[in-house]
Design a protein. Structure first.
Ligand SMILES: [Zn+2]
Length: 193
């Protein structure tokens, strides 16, 4: 199969922990530099190279959808730090629902609400933020949900590295998703597709 431009390859460290999404072009470089230790995916993509001047044969590389890379940064450190917080992944974590009224929203209709408001010492961190529609955010104002008479539909959480990778990429291949799902800690992300 030929890779299309949006194809991302799931990069693991040699212990098998997911590290990052990389472009298929970067994956080709890793194959050429013989840094791919092993492959795990079910999908293979044939990338055609140029014709060799000497032999006249066409060169090429077959890249796998999930590759473990030698000498790459260990994924261990990823498990000790929270992934970067941004709205795109936050709204996806919360299923594009307002976490107060449950209304389904588009990305543009949602806001980042601090459960404990920042003015009351709440942090701008994954476990203190939820997706909220503008109406609920306005209604809540600078108050806690209890003070505003609102309740949360789900508890906010910090995604682990596998969950974060799943939230980040919207074009995940079935085998890549199956692999990541095995490391999910939060069942509400299992519906991601
Ligand atoms: Zn709402």
């Amino acid at each position: 199969m030929q890779p299309n431009t949006s194809l991302s390859i799931l990069r693991l460290d040699v212990s098998g922990q997911p590290v990052a999404w990389i472009s298929w072009q970067d994956a080709v470089c890793l194959y050429v530099r013989q840094r791919v230790a092993w492959e795990l995916g079910e999908m293979a993509f044939h990338v055609r190279g140029g014709n060799s001047r000497l032999s006249g044969q066409r060169s090429g590389v077959v890249i796998n959808s999930i590759i473990a890379v030698r000498g790459s940064a260990s994924a261990r450190r990823l498990w000790h730090q929270a992934p970067r917080l941004n709205n795109r992944e936050l709204f996806r974590r919360d299923g594009y629902l307002c976490m107060y009224c449950g209304k389904p929203c588009t990305e543009r209709e949602l806001t980042r609400d601090h459960v404990i408001p920042r003015a009351l010492g709440g942090q701008d961190q994954w476990n203190n933020v939820v997706a909220a529609c503008r109406r609920c955010n306005l209604l809540k104002g600078g108050r806690t949900p209890e003070q505003a008479g609102l309740s949360l539909l789900a508890v906010p959480f910090v995604p682990n590295p596998a969950e974060y990778l799943a939230l980040k990429n919207r074009r995940i291949l079935a085998d890549q998703m199956e692999f990541l799902k095995k490391q999910f800690h939060h069942s509400r992300l299992l519906d991601l597709c």
